[in-house]
Design a protein around this ligand. Structure first.
Ligand SMILES: Cc1ncc(C[n+]2csc(CCOP(=O)(O)OP(=O)(O)O)c2C)c(N)n1
Ligand code: SF4
Ligand SMILES: [Mg+2]
Length: 304
């Protein structure tokens, strides 16, 4: 596997242009900018209904300098599979297919199409930008919304736990699965580069935590701070899975020991969506994080 990219490895050329419809502080728009710098102009994007479908353009304008196929909400991975097949039939090599879908479009309505594409091991990259709710339609809960978070359909806090799509993808035994966070763009860029340059054909999946100021209820200038806290508190673990084994990446490498992790409260208390929580709720969520790490640490070093 190649090493971690530095800022000098990213081209100064821009493939998403300013003046688009993203909210100030939108991590999804920031990450898309980075992603297209890594993948370059020979990329076809497949985008379902979501904030990104709005950001990539109100017809006839678009900020994206690559072709974008807008598809129905459930069909991202199916449409991506079709694009891969069409490119192969036309004998066009070197063109990358990038599916870029939200958590609603991935963890919920698009999951069967994604599972089918993973089982067929379609030769494409799939990024789920996870802002942990259906943001484009006004912050309804999704399968990826974390427990206790306020959304407009969980007004006293979500009761269920977050669904782990990366673990579901690992169960499909595709060549590459990783998590990333928009606040660590070079970690994300390195993972995309790895996914792109792997010699083996097949589906590469990256699950990108993408803080959303209006949906998570924090000021727009705090996007990177919130994303960093998600990782530093251990709420979000940065890892890769390939060749049957897990590796921690970025700052998560140093967080196996509980004492090195920031208290979860630091992450929760700066977001309005967790503003209703009492001390005992915070303690219960902290226990979830600690248990998750304990479970996760047992998988490290095992290759099967
Ligand atoms: C079949 C269908 N149901 C509902 C919608 C309405 N809709 C458009 S975008 C969206 C939310 C998408 O959520 P997510 O995938 O998490 O992306 P985000 O908006 O958060 O970026 C919904 C429900 C739709 N376009 N098609
Ligand atoms: S609602 Fe959130 S994800 Fe959607 S454009 Fe605004 S900041 Fe980005
Ligand atoms: Mg979403």
């Amino acid at each position: 596997m190649s090493s971690v990219l530095t800022i000098k490895d990213l081209t100064e050329e821009e493939f998403t242009l300013p003046g688009n419809a993203a909210c100030p502080g939108c991590a999804a728009a920031l990450s898309l900018r980075i992603a297209l710098k890594v993948l370059g102009p020979k990329t076809i994007m497949i985008v379902p209904a979501s904030c990104i479908s709005v950001i990539q353009g109100y017809y006839p304008k678009t900020p994206c300098r690559v072709p974008v196929l807008n598809v129905a909400f459930a069909s991202t991975a199916a449409a991506g599979s079709g694009a891969v097949a069409a490119l192969e039939l036309k004998g066009k090599s070197g063109v990358k297919v990038l599916c870029w879908a939200g958590d609603g479009g991935t963890a919920d309505i698009g999951l069967q199409a994604l599972s089918g594409a993973a089982e067929r091991n379609e030769n494409m990259i799939y990024v789920c930008y996870d802002n942990e709710a259906y943001m484009n339609t006004g912050t309804q809960r999704s399968g990826a919304t974390p427990r206790a978070a306020f959304t407009t359909t969980t007004v006293t806090g979500k009761l269920e736990r977050k669904k782990s799509v990366p673990e579901i993808m690992i169960a499909h035994r595709i060549p590459y699965v990783a998590t990333a966070c928009a606040a660590f763009p070079l970690d994300f860029a390195s993972k995309l580069k790895r996914a792109e340059s792997m010699p083996v054909r097949g589906l590469k999946y990256i699950h990108l935590l993408s803080p959303c100021p209006p949906g998570w209820r924090f000021p727009a200038e705090k996007t990177v701070e919130v994303g960093k806290l998600a990782v530093m508190t251990g709420m979000w673990i940065l890892y890769e899975w390939y060749d049957g084994g897990y590796n921690l990446t970025g700052p998560s490498k140093a967080l196996l020991e509980k004492s090195r992790r920031r208290p979860l409260k630091d992450y929760l208390s700066i977001q309005g969506r967790f503003g209703h929580l009492k001390e005992e709720d915070l303690e219960s969520l902290q226990r979830d994080v600690d248990e998750h790490w304990e479970e996760f640490s047992k998988k490290l070093g095992i290759r099967a």
